[in-house]
Ligand binder design. Sequence first.
Ligand code: SF4
Length: 117
Amino acid sequence: MYMYVRMIDYPQGTNMNDNFTELKSRRSLLKKAAMYIAGVAVLPLLASFRSARAAEKLQKADVKYQDKPKDGKDCDDCMHFVAGATPKAIGTCKVVEGAVSPHGYCAAFTPKPRNRS
Ligand code: SF4
């Protein structure tokens, strides 16, 4: 049985452990570079995800939003309304983009379910 021993010429003043350490640090550097590249690649995806989420909401013009009630219906009676800090404060809407008045109205108006107690 033959045993193959590879003879390596190490530069003067270095040994196999130096090369091993250098190899480990190179691997570490490559790992970090790969993680950085993966992170950079994900950033545009996150940006498009955010804009897609913003685009999910309806535009006021599309639902004929108005700042006044219609036929006694207004935003603070709608299940999509998210109230502001006070009952009269401007709030937001779960389905319509932008700030909405508690006394506004739009075509997406959906009455809050009535309490059956
Ligand atoms: S869906 Fe229309 S009516 Fe309802 S809270 Fe939003 S903007 Fe107001």
